[in-house]
Design a protein around this ligand. Structure first.
Ligand SMILES: Nc1ncnc2c1ncn2[C@@H]1O[C@H](COP(=O)(O)OP(=O)(O)OP(=O)(O)O)[C@@H](O)[C@H]1O
Ligand SMILES: [Mg+2]
Length: 342
């Protein structure tokens, strides 16, 4: 068997923010990895730490944020230890990110054309004229046929959806090895959304890029992802390949997310069927972080925190109830079936 080489390995990452009085952890013990050409979907309700995970990889945590523990290995380099200069040369070229809020990453005082051309020239050897032609080609690819006119306008004159597509054009134009897409299509209508997903697929196919796709839309995950990470309250609670996750979600939280998929086709609703809310990072419950909303919660769940553990192959779950069911082996027919399939 070939050794598995990972493009990205995140190992027990903890990212904290200073709130004026103390540092609070927004994500804790987050570990997962990604191979070249692979797409990982990251799902979870609002505030679970999806964006903080991606901003940690880019080391764009702002003044009050820092990585307190863990490693982020990209191509065997530990990004946590790299200098800001080294990171600047990686960002955009090797690792590109489509941000959840596109306005924050477009410069308001420069035209769209200027920003696109600079970005392309910074990471390729194209001449200004070639970079301009390429920029217009990319704008057309993201569903902006009026590319020529767009080159001379400023970001604030555009709608949120257009700005998002420009960001996507920028991110894809440098053919990154890792594309981090944070809710890339949420603000877009379904036709444009489908076009963008196709573009991401061709990036993956043509250049073998890995994609980290953060989304609330489980339909998009099913279509795009090879593997899925489910986050709850700053931690990974389940990870599995996409088929296993949809067929046999084990964590009660994942099961809740699955149950909340809108039944009406085309309805693009946010997930909200699980009663209760995600706990605040300032006041995490003792024991399992999900126990306050879990209908199966037992005494142990209220007292001790479960770890993320394999329940067969690469399927991992952070839940006492699931782990106790799975041990000692063999238990249920379900589990034996899954073991045999690995
Ligand atoms: N700059 C910051 N300063 C302080 N706390 C922050 C900061 N950024 C994020 N947080 C906190 O970290 C936690 C995780 O936030 P994050 O933005 O990663 O959630 P998310 O899963 O991306 O949610 P959404 O689906 O709404 O985008 C939240 O409690 C949030 O308030
Ligand atoms: Mg977010």
């Amino acid at each position: 068997m070939n050794p598995i080489t990972h493009l990205l390995e995140i190992d027990r990452l903890q990212t904290v923010f200073w709130n004026g009085r103390e540092e609070v952890a927004a994500i804790e013990d987050v570990s997962f990895s990604l191979r070249a050409g692979e797409t990982i979907g990251i799902v979870g309700e609002s505030g679970c730490g999806k964006s903080v995970t991606s901003l940690s990889i880019m080391r764009l945590l702002g003044q009050n944020g820092r990585i307190r523990r863990g490693e982020i290995r990209f191509n065997s380099r530990n990004l946590v230890a790299e200098s800001e200069k080294e990171l600047r040369s990686l960002r955009g070229k090797e690792i590109a990110m489509i941000f959840q809020e596109p306005m924050t990453s477009l410069n308001p005082v420069l035209t769209i054309g200027h920003q696109l051309v600079e970005m392309i020239r910074c990471h390729t050897s194209l001449s200004r004229r070639e970079a301009k032609a390429y920029a217009m080609e990319m704008l057309k690819k993201v569903g902006l046929p009026q590319a020529k006119d767009l080159m001379s306008v400023y970001p604030h004159t555009l709608s949120g959806g257009m700005r998002q597509r420009i960001m996507i054009a920028m991110a894809l134009s440098c053919k990154p090895r890792l594309l981090i897409a944070d809710e890339p299509t949420t603000a877009l209508d379904v036709t444009i959304q489908a076009q963008i997903l196709e573009l991401m697929k061709s990036l993956r196919k043509e250049s073998g890029a890995a994609i980290m796709l953060i989304t609330h839309d489980l339909g998009v995950v099913a279509e795009m992802a090879d593997r899925v990470v489910v986050m709850y309250a700053g931690q990974i609670v389940e990870e599995a390949d996409v088929f296993t996750l949809f067929r046999e979600p084990k964590h009660p939280y994942t099961q809740g997310l699955m149950a909340s998929i809108p039944r009406v086709q085309g309805e693009n609703e946010r997930l909200r069927a699980i009663p209760g809310t995600v706990p605040s990072i300032r006041k995490m419950p003792k024991g399992c972080r999900f126990h306050t909303r879990c209908e199966w919660a037992a005494e142990r769940c209220r007292q001790e925190q479960p770890q993320l553990e394999s329940v067969g192959g690469e399927h991992q779950v952070r839940c006492w109830i699931v782990q106790e069911q799975a041990s000692p082996l063999p238990v249920s027919a379900n589990f034996q079936h899954q073991e045999a399939g690995v």
